[in-house]
Design a protein around this ligand. Structure first.
Ligand code: CTP
Length: 406
């Protein structure tokens, strides 16, 4: 009998992961304490290893108290549960995160030195190692440091580029330790299969706004959460992602190029330009179907209010892409429905010449606007499939799984 293939697990969160956090001697060590807090909040079991110089910046007590685990510092610790720590620690962890990583630690790792606990643990590890350099920008751009970083990347370590901004030394430049959300995204993408690598994906999200006068516009209740989840998960799975977003209250996803637009016409312009080189276009945006026929440059006064606002149709971007899609990109649309879900999904699949329509129930309490969960039906040329009620991130991953089968 052929072996049963295990389904590929796509992590949507870090819940339940076991992390080793290596903290080295940089002023940014205090930020690593914040990372521990964030990890604990997400139920990550984190064990901290500190170099001797790290302890000059932050006490091991801080990391012990925050993580709830003993802190490891010494190669030659004789406490029974710390014996052979250099071999045992990485055996029970999912990844090693080193941040802040000083130029010194990076040089040590790049040259396979094993002269302290952290470098020895890393050398003996068989799990992903993620290095977050943080230092003065001249130290960072020094060809010696750059060579060492490249060496780490060449042998398979993952390096998260530092942020730019004001450094502790008072200079402006690159070298700041990134914030936790950025690092978390990098870790998730390292733990995810890279099955969208090499694909360029264009995703639209959010509502559009159609102005009536300087104070008013026509729009809808889309929060953009589904489209943003699709962008985040595609980036984690290795795609190059362009997100064309209407006005939303969400932070731009990490490792995604976000282009902000307001009206349907602006969205059309960006999407048509970006779609030319795209392998996959996903239209999750709730484009306003209509816009006021004329824009009033002055605020319409109550006293002079017209009884009617004349509307005109906006361009249907998905349908336009469908006509052009002979160009080769795979086309995915959404359908926001309050009834006849599958029937409407199939009608839109045909009318807009899409390859897949994701039907959304906008009346459900856990599937409507602005919630974090969704239950969608996938309608394609071969049939339809209703997914379970899932978080929007999990739903996004299931949509990508399905797209990959098309
Ligand atoms: N869409 C689009 N441009 C529009 C309207 C919709 O690109 N002017 C896209 C949406 O991004 C979505 C799909 O078409 O991917 C379906 O949108 P939906 O609002 O559900 O359907 P409509 O075309 O507006 O049809 P109806 O009003 O009949 O529901």
């Amino acid at each position: 009998m052929a072996p049963v293939e295990e389904p590929v697990v796509i992590p949507s969160t870090l819940v339940g992961k076991r992390a080793l956090l290596g903290v080295t001697g940089s002023i940014a060590a205090f930020k690593a304490a914040g990372w521990v807090r964030e990890m604990i909040t997400e139920s990550v079991d984190v064990t901290v290893l500190m170099t001797g110089t790290a302890e000059r910046f932050v006490s091991s007590l801080t990391f012990g108290a925050l993580s709830g685990n003993p802190v490891f510092r010494d190669m030659f610790d004789e406490e029974p549960d710390k014996l052979m720590a250099h071999i045992n620690l990485s055996r029970s962890a999912d990844f090693i995160l080193i941040g802040p990583a000083t130029a010194q630690t990076i040089a040590r790792l790049a040259h396979g030195m094993a002269d302290d606990l952290l470098s020895t643990v890393v050398l003996a590890a068989k799990i992903p190692v993620i290095v977050c350099p943080a230092m003065n920008s001249h130290m960072l751009t020094n060809p010696v440091t750059q060579d060492n970083i490249k060496r780490l990347q060449d042998v398979g370590y993952h390096v998260v580029s530092p942020d730019c901004g004001m450094l502790a030394c008072g200079e402006e430049g690159s070298g700041r330790l990134p914030d936790w959300q950025h690092v978390r995204e990098a870790i998730l993408s390292i733990l995810c299969p890279q099955d969208l690598a090499g694909k360029k994906v264009v995703i639209t999200a959010g509502p559009t706004r159609e102005p009536l006068d300087p104070a008013r516009y026509l729009s809808n209740r889309s929060s953009g959460k589904m489209g943003y989840a699709l962008a985040r998960t595609a980036a984690r799975r290795g795609a190059e992602v362009i997100l064309v977003s209407g006005p939303v209250a969400l932070a731009p996803p990490h490792f995604v190029t976000t282009l902000s637009v307001t009206t349907a016409h602006e969205m059309r312009e960006q999407v048509l330009a970006q779609a030319k080189q795209a392998d996959i276009v996903v239209k999750a945006a709730a484009v306003a179907d209509f816009k006021p026929k004329s824009y009033h440059t002055q605020k319409i006064k109550k006293s002079s209010a017209q009884q009617r606002i004349e509307l005109e149709l906006n361009p249907d971007i998905l349908a336009e892409l469908g006509e052009k899609s002979k160009s080769g990109s795979l086309l995915v649309g959404f359908a926001a429905e309050s009834q006849n879900h599958e029937q409407e999904g199939r009608r839109k699949l045909q009318q807009k010449q899409a390859d897949l329509i994701v039907v959304n129930d906008i009346l459900g309490e856990s599937t409507g606007f602005d919630v974090d969960t969704n239950q969608v039906t996938l309608v394609d040329k071969k049939g339809s499939q209703q997914l379970q009620l899932l978080t929007k991130t999990e739903t996004a991953n299931r949509i990508w799984d399905h797209i990959l089968t098309l």
